[in-house]
Design a protein around this ligand. Structure first.
Ligand SMILES: *Cc1c(COP(=O)(O)O)cnc(C)c1O
Length: 390
């Protein structure tokens, strides 16, 4: 039905047009008050993502993985919304506690913990944690007897942008034995956790991991050690590019939910550790052109933010971004680079963008996660973008 297709296409076109001008006018108004580079974090989007998660996975308690973006105002926003938190170190733990989170709403989800961090967890009564190996259990039983433990298993990370099973996770066949060992050492075996890898567009990773986990629950039940908590980790994907296909959180969540209902007892408590999903879409990075030249037959534009600062996700997060400008018209193949004296500090060598001039704005949406969090301070004298929360 060509007429309907046409109508849908028109609908999409007009929506994206208003989105663009809305974001452009937001940036223009903030440019009057702030110097670039700055990272806009929209509280309304944090709230929207949190509510989307709750609505699509109502049986799953989200523990925001603060490593994605530990800005205090973001943590406070999630505390107000009733979220729980995933921390990986004593410093992260102290930060969320200081901002008002309850210790009962924190999971210490680093499977390899420093002894002094385990001691901090005990003192601060953060009781729930993950592990994936036997030596860690000896550490925990010595420094935190009675800790509640989830065994993290190794699962498929196929199609995920960031592989995590390369470094973490016990073989599922050993999971029950490890939990039984935990019990014999005076710890409390609570359940199973996994992480399918970050930005996992492939729902099969979750479905398969749940199936493997359910078998461990069965084995534990049969051996008189019933488990209570199933932690489905993070990895929930977002759209980094406007035209990106294959990211449909609603559909993915529905499939995950169906699998949980099919395989687990109703009394099992589900938790998750979303990072990128909750904070990524809220961020817009605004930079300006500080220099331009023509070399290698291309326009070269130098921006005041780069790989060492808020584009650090290009290295650590294996992320690519969509660079946008306020200019319209003919596009030329161009290179975008950061401000430091390192040719590694190149953001793209094949951007199709209109001709830009000094001080022109270049901005990137969906960059709230794994960006400022891993930016390094002061390399070559350049600081990360100021964070502007609106
Ligand atoms: C990084 C991390 C997360 C968050 O992952 P996202 O892909 O951002 O959702 C959750 N849990 C653990 C253990 C992590 O290391």
């Amino acid at each position: 039905m060509p007429s309907q297709t046409h109508a849908i296409a028109n609908g999409k076109l007009s929506k994206s047009k208003t989105d663009v001008s809305g974001i452009e006018s937001l940036i223009r108004s903030l440019l009057k008050k702030h110097t670039t580079p700055f990272m806009i974090i929209r509280e309304s989007v944090l709230k929207k993502q949190y509510e989307r998660f709750r609505k699509c996975l109502p049986e799953v308690t989200p523990y925001y993985a603060i490593k994605a973006n530990p800005h205090p105002k973001i943590i406070k926003t999630f505390i107000k919304l009733g979220a729980s938190f995933d921390v990986a170190s004593a410093a992260e733990m102290k930060q969320v506690l200081r901002l008002g989170a309850s210790p009962s709403k924190i999971i210490f989800a680093n499977t390899i913990k420093r002894v002094e961090d385990i001691i901090t967890a005990r003192k601060r009564r953060v009781r729930l944690m993950t592990f994936d190996n036997e030596p860690e259990l000896y550490k925990l039983s010595e420094h935190y007897p009675g800790a509640h433990v989830l065994v993290r298993i190794k699962v498929e990370n196929q199609g995920s942008m960031v592989e995590l099973s390369l470094k973490f996770g016990a073989d599922p066949e050993n999971a029950f034995v490890l939990l039984r060992k935990a019990k014999s050492l005076g710890l409390v075996p609570m359940g199973v956790s996994f992480h399918v890898g970050s930005q996992s567009k492939n729902v099969e990773n979750y479905l398969q991991a749940l199936e493997i986990s359910a078998k461990i629950f069965e084995e534990a039940e049969e051996n008189g050690m019933p488990l209570k908590v199933m932690d489905i980790g993070g990895g929930f994907p977002i759209q980094h590019f406007d035209s990106e296909i294959g990211v449909n959180f609603e559909r993915m969540a529905a499939q995950i939910r169906k699998q949980m209902k099919l395989l687990f007892d109703r009394r099992v408590r589900f938790i998750a550790e979303p990072g990128r999903f909750l904070v990524g879409p809220s961020g817009i990075l605004v930079t300006q052109v500080i220099g331009r030249t023509f070399r290698n037959n291309k326009n070269y534009y130098y921006l005041n933010d780069g790989i060492y600062q808020d584009f650090s996700g290009m290295v650590f997060d294996h992320c690519k971004y969509e660079f946008k400008t306020f200019r319209r018209g003919q596009k030329f193949l161009s290179t975008l680079a950061g401000p430091t004296c390192d040719s590694f500090d190149t953001l793209s060598v094949n951007e199709e963008i209109p001709e830009l001039y000094l001080n022109d704005v270049v901005f990137v949406k969906n960059i709230g996660a794994y960006s400022s969090a891993s930016a390094c301070s002061g390399f070559n004298g350049f600081e990360p973008a100021k964070i502007v929360i609106i």
